[in-house]
Design a protein around this ligand. Sequence first.
Ligand SMILES: [Zn+2]
Length: 498
Amino acid sequence: MNAAVYARVSTDLQAEKGYSLETQVQACTKKATELGANVIKTYVDDGYSGAYLERPQLDALRDAIADKLFDLVVIYEPDRLSRETAHLLLLTQEIERSGAKLEFVLTEYKNTPEGQLFLTIKGAFASYERATIRERTMRGKRGKLRQGKVVEDSGVYGYDYDKETNGYVINPYEAGVINRIFKWYNSNEKGGCHSIAAELNKRRTIPPKGTRWHMSTVRSILRRQMYTGEYYANTYYHGRVGAKKEIRIPRDKSEWIPMKAPAIIDKDVFAIAQDKLSRNRSLSEFKRVAEVYLLRGLLFCEECGRKKHILRTEPAKGMVYYGCAARPSRYTSSIKCPSKYANVYDTDAIFWGLLEKICKSEKSLLNYVKGQRSKSAAKSDNDVEAYAKKLKDIAREREAVMQWFNHSLLTQEEATKRLTELKDSELMLQRKIENADSIKKESTLNASAICSMIKNCPATPEARRAVLLQIVDKIYMKRTDNSYRHNYHLSFRILFKD
Ligand SMILES: [Zn+2]
């Protein structure tokens, strides 16, 4: 660790009793050594007043600090550095900003009234400075916006960013797509956002991001006011929720800054789309409030291990299903699950019937739990071993795929496909190992409480769901029939909460 020691005496020796250069340097060197310094450089200003910053050795020290040469700076007492609070603040900040630590030999300084005052001022100064820097950047940004200049290229679909003019220019291809989306949506020609996304994928239209169009992509395009040529900037800021999550918080309308962009969509066309969007939205929100799906979020697939989602295949008829997502997502899946969808209402009814049967008595519930455990535990030990071996195989193959790709034996597309498949298998195996582990744990299930909750549960979907959320951890389902509807053979594996 590199340390610097700074000492100073003024010409007025009378006032400097007990502060001989020798005393200072010795005490400082000792302190630096104690703090772990092995290289110590000494700066001494002999005969300079603490009222001024212009001192030859102090200058040299400041240059060295700016070059980040030290990890530690040791000084006898703050007034050796300066007698002026403002200068002291400046120097303290220079040192700390370089990443070095500042230490005084007279540690009790912190506890003196002067010390307390200094530290308070220092704290206030630091936060004041942070605030001014932020304000300065914001002011710069807003100033630029007010001149009609785009602050930064936010990669808006439909436009290219022109660096020279700090503005957007229309991208003809993307603008064409945007026009088509608005036309389809307003005329209902291709249905809603979902169907438009599907149509665009079918036509192999290049999406703004990623490889596919999604409903949300289409909707955000329909919502972007910028396409009318007039929009607002500075409409929100980023706020923090909890430790990590950041959310957008809308600003007061008075702070919004009107902006102009080349228009892609006619204002009337845009207005029609907005009207339609908000009508559809309130409809779907109403639906969401009205329907309670008993097993939502609790149901998992016995065949692929994935969570079963709520799927609407025929929105017009109000048909709602539990099913495994077939589309690839971030977490899964090039593997398509073989399981069939199951109608939500039938599934919920069958499940509740089964649950009532299991929870008929304390004894039957405990038997069920015991049976589940012994059944799974018997095979789980062997399984875990097999899973672990498979995981190793996967790691090895991944290595090989990378090698082949590096030697151009595979195209990027082939490599990506194989790597995604491997990732899927890996996730599934990890999930199975987790399952097996959880089975091994001792149960501390309160059977009598569960039974009475089920028995006394009012026969409404809301009440049933509330009870279920309290007692059940996960439910695995498998559908074993080949029929279409209303003749379901469903088997459930219920994992109760411990
Ligand atoms: Zn599945």
